[in-house]
Design a protein around this ligand. Structure first.
Ligand code: NAG
Ligand code: NAG
Ligand code: NAG
Ligand code: NAG
Ligand code: NAG
Ligand code: NAG
Ligand code: NAG
Ligand code: NAG
Ligand code: NAG
Ligand code: NAG
Length: 558
């Protein structure tokens, strides 16, 4: 944008310049608004890939003005071309093959160890510690849950009645590309086969084996790493969100940092946030520098219950900071500033800093810079101050956005596992887009009718067997809207699982510790969980292409 120079011009010319400048600004602003709207109003399927996002950000054309609060696929999701499971822990591999080996053994080894005598007394009590019990359970699980990879089992313990055993294990979901592990513990009723082996005669549901659940080793997720004692019983299904600290002047001085001041991206839609954040992280990787990261997130009004932008959210509410720490070089902003200040105080001299006022200085130009800190400032007016502009044009050939570094929060994914687990991973799902799109008859003339309760019943009956578990992922706020489906299916809605984030939940406890005060389960979290549960369904019915012939992006766009 051209800068006017009003002070030296005659008044008339000055005025004309001013007016044209204002006009230009209005134009730029309009383009910006359209850009932002295009970002905000992504097609509903949360389920957008980064390629679609690229399109939206690079071709600001006929944007569809429709509210959409979709969630991007992140590194752990299925079907993302650019993603490979980041550094699959070899231990997990070993676990997996162990399990498989056990399974093969299973076919042979299931004899109750003490009863090698012929006396196969059905009334004999089951000894849960017997290896055969675990074998029988493993075999049972493998048959029952095809979408689950079972990892290390614990030794079964007594249930609450005779012949009941509780056992706990970790698993990963085949539909998730990450190697993240989740825990389940269930209660099994054990009996005997004709030839006197153990067999499972009954299995209770998700998280029913409470005796096998070990007390969680909790640790303080706030900034206490320097002092906190790491419990030896720390388990990897606990979340290590702690903010890394450099700790020493030397470590600080030896680092090289890329520091981004807050730009115009702040309080924008979450997809915009991700797009910008990954650009910044990509630049840091290109420059081989540690990225200085602001964990504080401003949640845009589209996702808040107050309908206003809300500051002071934590990155860790939404994303997996532990995974990010492991896959990218980052340092938290407050820690960084503290270290910087302390170093200059201790050494009575300045750290070399290169200040970069505009995105027009390209990453390639900074590649050779030896300054300890490269500080991009983004002081220019919108849209010049968006982080993602750094990755535009030529830079796009050099910078790769590290999508694999961004996973959804493990705490949210635990809720996803819990919901899917409660349905025993045996459910179908339908995604029903309503909201603003259903109201807009111009762009989506049939959507409202095609997603009406009667239409849903008629359509789904051709696709989904009666009395299946049916998970409905939707932005329809009226809970009873789907009641008509209840005479054909076991309908599940996100709000049926309220207790998973209610004030007695693990999620609530953990986020409270993280935040210092209770955290609201906000709109973005809702969509993220809804989306991920949908992905885990056996049959997935989409609104667009499956329920209605209307186009995702409005009339005549498909
Ligand atoms: C935008 O839409 C209008 C009307 O649908 C069409 O005439 C115009 O060519 C479109 N512009 C672009 C850039 O696609
Ligand atoms: C699998 O079991 C067989 C014997 O049953 C054993 O020889 C082999 O080493 C085992 N493999 C693994 C990976 O544990
Ligand atoms: C159960 O089995 C384990 C391992 O086989 C054995 O050590 C234990 O003594 C048995 N307990 C009873 C009550 O039989
Ligand atoms: C488990 O149950 C068996 C039989 O019901 C009993 O003999 C054993 O002592 C119990 N073990 C524990 C640890 O309670
Ligand atoms: C975590 O550590 C902070 C700082 O030491 C402390 O104020 C807070 O009470 C701790 N939280 C818990 C749950 O222990
Ligand atoms: C958490 O991760 C950090 C590295 O980011 C590590 O230094 C620390 O020991 C871990 N804490 C626990 C309790 O494992
Ligand atoms: C990146 O930086 C690290 C240390 O800061 C250095 O060891 C490494 O050689 C650098 N890599 C490249 C490709 O410059
Ligand atoms: C949890 O919430 C319910 C209602 O939302 C409230 O009645 C109850 O007092 C709350 N409990 C705690 C421990 O905050
Ligand atoms: C949450 O914390 C409260 C108080 O610390 C505790 O009583 C409750 O059992 C915890 N709930 C869960 C699910 O961890
Ligand atoms: C939904 O539509 C897509 C595209 O037409 C099709 O590939 C898919 O099989 C349909 N899904 C169902 C469950 O009918």
């Amino acid at each position: 944008m051209k800068e006017p120079n009003p002070t030296t011009d005659p008044i008339g010319q000055n005025l004309i310049k001013l007016i044209s400048n204002v006009c230009f600004s209005v134009f730029v602003f309009t383009v910006l608004v359209i850009t932002v709207i295009a970002i905000t109003y992504q097609p509903p399927d949360p389920w957008e890939s980064s390629r679609a996002l690229t399109r939206v950000f690079t071709e600001v054309e006929n944007a569809t003005f429709q509210i959409d609060t979709s969630v991007l696929k992140t590194g752990e999701d299925v079907g993302m071309a650019m993603v490979s499971p980041a550094a699959a822990p070899s231990e997990a591999d070993a676990d997996a093959s162990d399990t498989q080996n056990d399974t093969q053994n299973n076919e042979i080894v299931q004899k109750p160890e003490e009863s090698s005598e012929i006396n196969c007394d059905e009334s004999r009590l089951v000894n849960c510690s017997d290896r055969g019990v675990l074998m029988a359970i493993k075999k049972f699980n493998l048959k029952r849950f095809k979408s689950i990879v079972f990892l290390d089992y614990q030794l079964p313990v007594n249930g609450s009645n005779a012949n009941e055993c509780d056992v706990s294990w970790r698993f990963r979901n085949r539909k998730e590309k990450s190697w993240r592990r989740y825990r389940d513990f269930r209660r099994f009723k054990i009996g005997y086969t004709d030839d006197c082996n153990y067999k499972v005669v009954g299995a209770r549901g998700w998280h029913s084996g409470v005796n096998a659940r070990r007390p969680r080793a909790r640790f303080n997720a706030t900034r206490t790493e320097r002092t906190v004692k790491v419990s030896p019983s720390y388990r990897d299904d606990d979340i290590n969100d702690t903010i890394p600290v450099l700790g020493s002047d030397l470590a600080f001085r030896n680092g090289k940092y890329l520091y981004y001041s807050r730009g115009g991206d702040y309080c924008k839609n979450m997809n915009h946030y991700i797009w910008s954040f990954l650009c910044a992280l990509g630049e840091a990787q290109y420059l081989n520098r540690t990225f200085v990261m602001d964990l504080s997130v401003c949640l845009a009004s589209t996702y808040t219950s107050s309908k206003k932008d809300e500051e002071g959210k934590d990155f860790r509410f939404y994303f997996d900071f532990e995974h990010l720490k492991e896959s990218a070089s980052i340092v938290e902003e407050d820690e960084f500033l503290k270290d910087w200040k302390r170093w200059e105080k201790n050494h009575k001299k300045k750290i070399p800093v290169r200040k970069v006022p505009t995105y027009k200085v390209t990453p390639m130009q900074l590649k050779k810079d030896r300054s300890t800190i490269i500080w991009r400032q983004f002081d220019t007016p919108e849209p010049e101050n968006y982080w993602y502009r750094v990755c535009e044009s030529k830079a796009a050939n050099y910078i790769r956005r590290p999508w694999h570094a961004l996973y959804k929060s493990k705490r949210l994914m635990n809720i996803v596992s819990e919901i899917s687990g409660q349905m025993d991973w045996d459910f179908d799902a339908v995604h029903v887009v309503r909201g603003e799109k259903a109201q807009n008859k111009e762009l989506w003339p049939h959507l409202d009718d095609d997603t009406s309760p009667d239409a849903l019943v008629a359509k789904l009956q051709n696709i989904i067997q009666p009395w299946r578990n049916l998970y409905v992922a939707t932005n329809e706020p009226f809970y009873n809207y789907f009641d008509r489906l209840r005479s054909h299916y076991k309908v599940h809605l996100l709000d049926d699982y309220k207790e998973l984030w209610g004030n007695t939940s693990e999620w609530y406890n953990e986020t409270t510790v993280l935040n210092g005060k209770p955290v609201e389960f906000d709109g973005y979290m809702r969509v993220a969980v809804d989306t991920e549960v949908f992905y885990r369904a056996k049959t997935q019915v989409e609104t667009f292409y499956n329920l209605t012939a209307d186009c995702k992006d409005g009339i005549n766009t498909c």
